[in-house]
Design a protein around this ligand. Sequence first.
Ligand code: 5GP
Length: 185
Amino acid sequence: MVAAMNSLFLFRGPLTIRALAFVKASNSIPIRSLPLFHRPPFSFRRTMSSTSATNDEETSARVAAADADTGGPTIYDKIIAKEIPSTIVYEDDKVLAFRDINPQAPVHVLVIPKSRDGLTQLGKAEKRHGEILGELLYAAKIVAEKEGIVDGFRVVINSGPTACQSVYHLHLHVLGGRQMAWPPG
Ligand code: 5GP
């Protein structure tokens, strides 16, 4: 243990201190609230994921869940209305698919219903939503084809705070372009 500590201090220079400061800052600031160019790369975030990043995600998810079912607009309403820019991959009269602003894989596309109609999360689905749920899944397959990943891709729906849902407008994550691991975190 002492030897390990000594070797840490042997390597300790300005770079090490900056790296440690960065980890500390990342512990206290949710990554999603950082400007894109200040966010650490995915690979680095994955190495931190067992400690700080997971806590950040959980905290953000709890905050988002607090007003999840007020029926208020979400960021996706602005994307649907084209009030804020997004990179659209596929669109029809019921469904919009656009690239995630914080991609977790080379391909990371969100597929959403244009009309939320009570579908703040999958856990709120009713029988009457069957048609749009099918449309969303089919759109995920079209996206996978368009993105050249139809031979292997993953579709994820986070529902509720325990699953770290952060936007309360049902959405499918279509992920691919790299080897996926199982089980998911
Ligand atoms: P959730 O955590 O609710 O399953 O996923 C929400 C997703 O929406 C996240 O992956 C997040 O990166 C994405 N997101 C949040 N805000 C925006 C935005 O303004 N534009 C885009 N393209 N994606 C966003």
